[in-house]
Ligand binder design. Structure first.
Ligand code: HEM
Length: 371
């Protein structure tokens, strides 16, 4: 018995050290990449907007000291594409919400992507995904997708093709965060940002063909829209037509068992809405799109949160919470990117044309569409 306890203790120490090593190694590589390329490791292609956020007057979730009824925040939302510098590619889209109209510090940041499950759900398979990404994406992801059918599912449900507007998609936190109510009970929370008038159908959901090979991300051969069409739509709507964009921030909550970590904590398992309903948290209204420089200087960080909304951490590279450990280490990549702006100047906006030298086709396309 004593031997078993000692063995378990040693094993847990080794697992934690392994996680620390992965976080340091991967975090270092990602930071170096941002320093050299001056780009976000992910979601470089994006637009930042400002507006206001109102916590609902009659919350249907357990009383919480941060989400008090009627509380008002200024806010920013950055919409982006998880990879590639072309709005017409088949990519995961994002909506990151900052509870302050500020570049960085805020009481709470929530980073959300389209799709209810991601392409990776712990540090081990994030590393597998990264190998395909560093290899060049496209077919280089196939070994990971073949080895992990769940990664293929994540990619298939998350990508969006040619959406009409960022305002017509739903963004999910996917991983679990902590939610400690006034009652002192620790619950797990998942958030989503949905269009105010969401009817259950998102713009840009992939058709059968795209779903059969979501790793082929090039624009369609007959694409006529430019590389920035989706960001342009948002800017025109907010800054020229003065038509605000409305979202509802919602939360799903499940009580954390006291003695074990259930399987459903993993972002590989979406929570059935009919069993764990979404509750409205706040109404978000965006009124202005910010210029390129302000957008690039805006960053989001999981460490922006109150104590009552804790970020659970992992115990091994197979622990679903380990994604939070490595995302927190992403602050070095962000710092490296901002430092590179200071030293070498900020890179300009993405050109409209696909003939510009920074446009990449994977797999190669002889004639870039709509160029
Ligand atoms: C399901 C898990 C994840 C979700 C939902 C997620 C979501 C996002 C979103 C929405 C953004 C864009 C933020 C913006 O607009 O500036 C972002 C950026 C970023 N993410 Fe993730 N992410 C996840 C996992 C990871 C992992 C595992 C890493 C590993 C280090 C990571 C590192 C980063 C970095 C470095 C940035 C860019 C930071 C910057 O330069 O400003 N993310 N993520």
């Amino acid at each position: 018995m004593a031997e078993q306890i000692l063995y378990d203790w040693m094993e847990s120490i080794v697992q934690r050290l392994q996680l620390r090593a992965y976080v340091a190694g991967l975090g270092g590589v990602i930071a170096l990449n941002s320093l050299v390329t001056q780009q976000r490791m992910s979601h470089e292609n994006g637009i930042t907007c400002r507006g206001e956020l109102h916590v609902v007057d009659d919350p249907q979730f357990p009383e919480h000291e941060f989400f008090t009824p009627g509380r008002v925040f200024s806010c920013r939302v950055r919409h982006g594409a998880a990879s590639w510098r072309d709005d017409a590619k088949l990519v995961v889209r994002s909506g990151s919400l900052k509870f302050a109209d500020a570049r960085g510090e805020s009481p709470l940041d929530l980073l959300m992507n389209t799709g209810d499950v991601p392409l990776f759900w712990n540090v081990r398979n994030f590393w597998s995904f990264m190998k395909g990404t560093m290899g060049g994406r496209g077919k280089d992801w196939l070994p990971d997708l073949r080895a992990n059918p769940q990664a293929l599912r994540g990619g298939t449900v998350s990508v969006r093709r040619d959406p009409e507007s960022f305002a017509d998609m739903v963004y999910n936190s996917q991983v679990c965060f902590g939610f400690v109510g006034v009652d002192g009970i620790y619950r797990y929370a998942r958030y989503r940002l949905a269009p105010a008038d969401f009817d259950g159908v998102e713009s840009g959901e992939p058709n059968e063909q795209d779903r059969s090979h979501p790793w082929l991300q090039n624009p369609l051969a007959d694409e006529t829209r430019n590389r920035n069409y989706l960001k342009d739509e948002m800017t025109t709507r907010l800054n020229v037509e003065h038509r605000p964009v409305g979202y509802v921030l919602q939360v799903q909550l499940r009580e954390r068992p006291s003695s074990f970590e259930p399987e459903w904590v993993s972002s590989a398992f979406p929570w059935d809405e009919t069993v764990t309903p979404f509750h409205d948290v706040a109404v978000v209204t965006l009124t202005e799109a910010l210029d390129h420089a302000e957008a690039q200087l805006t960053w989001f960080d999981l460490s922006n949160h109150p104590d009552s909304l804790p970020v659970p951490l992992g115990r091994s590279i197979d622990d679903p919470h380990s994604l939070n450990d490595i995302r927190l280490a992403g602050k070095w990549a962000r710092r490296a990117r901002l430092y590179s702006y200071e030293k070498r100047g900020m890179p300009g906006p993405i050109p409209d044309s696909r003939l510009a030298p920074d446009w990449i086709a994977a797999p190669p396309m002889a004639e870039p569409p709509g160029s």
